[in-house]
Design a protein around this ligand. Structure first.
Ligand SMILES: Cc1cc2nc3c(=O)[nH]c(=O)nc-3n(C[C@H](O)[C@H](O)[C@H](O)COP(=O)(O)OP(=O)(O)OC[C@H]3O[C@@H](n4cnc5c(N)ncnc54)[C@H](O)[C@@H]3O)c2cc1C
Length: 472
C-alpha cells in the first residue's frame, strides 16, 4: 500500500497537544514511552513519541482529528498483553491509551446485557456481572490483566471458547471513533440484526486498524453453578491430541479442553512454585478437561462418559479436582504457562488452529519441522478448539539463525496448518509479527479486498500502520 510518509512528532505537535490536554496529560518521559512501546510479544520494543490517555469519547475524537490533520500515526493501546505486537509503535507516533475509559456503564439485568468502556479489565467485568448472577464466559488466560477493548480488537478466545464461543459471539454493538474523528455506533443492542453490512463484526478483530472502540455492548448468560474439572496424564503426546476429538464424538461438549505438553506443565509448575502436583516419569502431555452446568448429576455422568472415552488411550490415573482450591490451583497452572515460558526463555509464539480432528497431524508435523530447523517447541493451548500455541524457544541459537532460519520453519508450520484447512491465528491476531505470512491463508485477491476495506475506513493510513498487511 502506498502512503504519504508520516510527519514526525516534533516540538510544535507536542505544544499543540499540551495546549489541549495540559502539560501533565501529555506523556513524553522516556521510561513511559518504552513501557507503551512493548506488549508480551517476544522482546520487541517500538516506543511511541508521545502517550495520551483520553478520558472520554470526545477526547478520543479530538485526538483522531488532530492526528489526521497533522498526518501522524495513532496506535490504540489496551493493557499491552497482546502476543502479536499489535501495540508496537513502528512509526513513532501517538500511543492512544484507553486505560482511563474504564467504567462498567450499565449492567442491564432485564436484557442480560452490559455496556462497558474498553479499558475495563476482563476479570473485573466478569466479577461485576457475576455479582448479579450473570456470566460473561470469554476467558482468556490473561483475563486478570487484559482489557475488554483489547479482547474486542483481537477477537480474543480462551479456555471456554470450546463451549461458549469467542468475543465476537458476545459483541452486539460498538461505539467507534473513526480515523477522521467521527463517532459511530456499528449496530443495535439486539440479539438479531439483519440490517445492512455487519459493521460490528467487521470491527471485532480489526486490531485497532479500522477505528478506536470506545464503548462495547455485550450479551451475557445466566451463571452456571457447578463445574467438574479433571487433569488427565497421557503417556503419548499424540494420543492426548487424538483424545480431544474422540470426546466430542462421544456426545459431550466440555466447557474447557486444554492441552499441555510435558515441558509446558513442568515450566509452569516451577513458575507458580506453590503446587504439590507431581507429574510421573514418562508422561508426555496432559489434558485439562472441564464440564459445567447447573445439575451435578448431569455433570458427573458427562465426566464418566469422558473417562470411558479415555480408557482407549495410554493414560495414568485421572486427577479430579474436588475442592474450589484444587480447581483454582489447576487453572492457575494452565493460565501461567505463557508467563512461565516468557520468564524462562526468549521465544516466538505462533497461534495455530485447525479443525480439531487434525490436531494430532498438526502436533506431529510441528515436531518434525522443529527437528528439521533445529528448534525446540513447547506446545499447549485450547485443544478443544483445535487451537495450539507453539512456543519456539531461542535457546543458544545465534541472532542470525533466529532471524533467518526460524522464520522458514514458521512458514512451514503455517503451510501445514493451512493445508489441514486451518489458519495462522486462532485468537492472538496478526499484528506486526505474523503479517509476512498473510500470503499463506489468503490469495492476492482476498488480501486486496481487505486492503480496500482498510482504505475506506482509514484513507490516509494513520490508524495502527505496519500491522496485518506486509506492505503498509
Ligand atoms: C499470559 C497471557 C495469556 C494470554 N492468553 C490468551 C488467551 O487465552 N486467549 C486470547 O485470545 N488471548 C490471550 N492472550 C493475548 C492477549 O491477552 C489478548 O490478545 C488480549 O485480547 C489483548 O488485550 P489488551 O487489552 O492487552 O490489548 P493490547 O495488547 O493493548 O492491544 C491489542 C490490539 O488491540 C488494539 N486495541 C486495543 N484496545 C483497542 C480499542 N479500544 N480500540 C481499537 N483497538 C484497540 C491495539 O491497537 C492492538 O492492535 C494472552 C496474553 C498473555 C500475556
Amino acid at each position: 500500500m502506498t502512503r504519504k510518509p508520516f510527519n514526525p512528532v516534533d516540538d510544535v505537535i507536542i505544544k499543540n497537544l499540551q495546549a489541549y490536554f495540559g502539560k501533565e496529560r501529555v506523556f513524553v518521559d522516556q521510561a513511559i514511552l518504552e513501557d507503551y512501546g512493548k506488549d508480551h510479544t517476544e522482546d520487541l520494543v517500538f516506543a511511541p513519541a508521545v502517550v495520551l490517555k483520553p478520558l472520554d469519547t470526545a477526547e478520543v475524537s479530538w485526538i483522531m482529528k488532530f492526528a489526521l490533520e497533522a498526518h501522524i500515526p495513532v496506535v490504540p493501546v489496551g493493557a499491552r498483553t497482546g502476543l502479536s505486537g499489535g501495540i508496537l509503535n513502528i512509526h513513532r507516533g501517538i500511543a492512544l491509551s484507553l486505560e482511563k475509559l474504564n467504567k462498567v456503564i450499565h449492567i442491564d439485568e432485564q436484557n442480560l446485557q452490559v455496556v462497558v468502556e474498553p479499558g475495563v479489565i476482563t476479570q473485573v467485568l466478569q466479577e461485576q456481572v457475576a455479582a448479579k448472577g450473570l456470566f460473561y464466559p470469554v476467558d482468556p488466560s490473561s483475563r486478570g490483566s487484559c482489557f475488554i477493548g483489547g479482547n474486542v480488537a483481537e477477537n480474543a478466545g480462551g479456555a471456554r471458547a470450546v463451549k461458549y464461543g469467542v468475543t465476537k459471539d458476545y459483541v452486539l454493538n460498538l461505539e467507534v471513533v473513526l480515523a477522521n474523528g467521527d463517532i459511530i455506533w456499528t449496530g443495535a443492542n439486539t440479539l438479531k440484526n439483519a440490517t445492512g453490512y455487519n459493521l460490528t463484526q467487521l470491527m471485532v478483530g480489526s486490531e485497532g486498524t479500522l477505528g478506536v472502540v470506545t464503548k462495547i455492548v455485550l450479551r451475557l448468560l445466566p451463571s452456571n453453578s457447578h463445574q467438574v474439572l479433571m487433569l488427565v496424564p497421557f503417556y503419548k503426546m499424540e494420543q492426548a491430541a487424538e483424545a480431544v476429538s474422540a470426546i466430542f464424538r462421544a456426545g459431550v461438549i466440555p466447557s474447557a479442553l486444554e492441552f499441555m505438553e510435558r515441558d509446558a506443565i513442568d515450566w509452569s509448575l516451577r513458575f507458580v512454585a506453590d503446587q504439590s502436583l507431581v507429574i510421573k516419569e514418562g508422561i508426555e502431555a496432559q489434558l485439562l478437561i472441564e464440564v459445567d452446568g447447573n445439575y451435578p448429576d448431569v455433570l458427573f455422568s458427562e465426566a464418566e462418559k469422558i473417562a470411558a472415552v479415555l480408557e482407549q488411550f495410554e493414560i495414568d490415573e485421572i486427577l479430579f479436582a474436588d475442592t474450589e482450591d484444587q480447581k483454582n490451583a489447576l487453572w492457575k497452572l494452565r493460565r501461567s504457562v505463557a508467563e512461565a515460558v516468557k520468564a524462562h526463555a526468549v521465544y516466538k509464539e505462533e497461534d495455530t488452529v485447525v479443525p480439531r480432528f487434525e490436531l494430532p497431524k498438526l502436533l506431529k508435523g510441528i515436531k518434525q519441522i522443529g527437528d528439521k530447523y533445529g528448534f525446540k517447541s513447547i506446545c499447549y493451548g485450547h485443544a478443544g478448539d483445535g487451537n495450539l500455541h507453539v512456543n519456539i524457544i531461542k535457546g543458544n541459537k545465534s541472532e542470525e539463525h533466529w532471524n533467518s532460519e526460524i522464520p522458514k520453519g514458521i512458514r512451514e508450520i503455517f503451510e501445514l496448518t493451512v493445508g489441514l484447512k486451518g489458519t495462522i491465528s486462532g485468537e492472538h491476531g496478526i499484528g506486526y509479527v505474523q503479517k509476512n505470512y498473510m500470503d499463506i491463508p489468503f490469495s492476492a485477491i482476498e488480501l486486496e479486498l481487505m486492503k480496500g476495506i482498510k482504505k475506506v475506513f482509514d484513507p490516509t493510513g494513520i490508524l495502527n500502520p505496519a500491522k496485518i498487511f506486509p506492505d503498509n
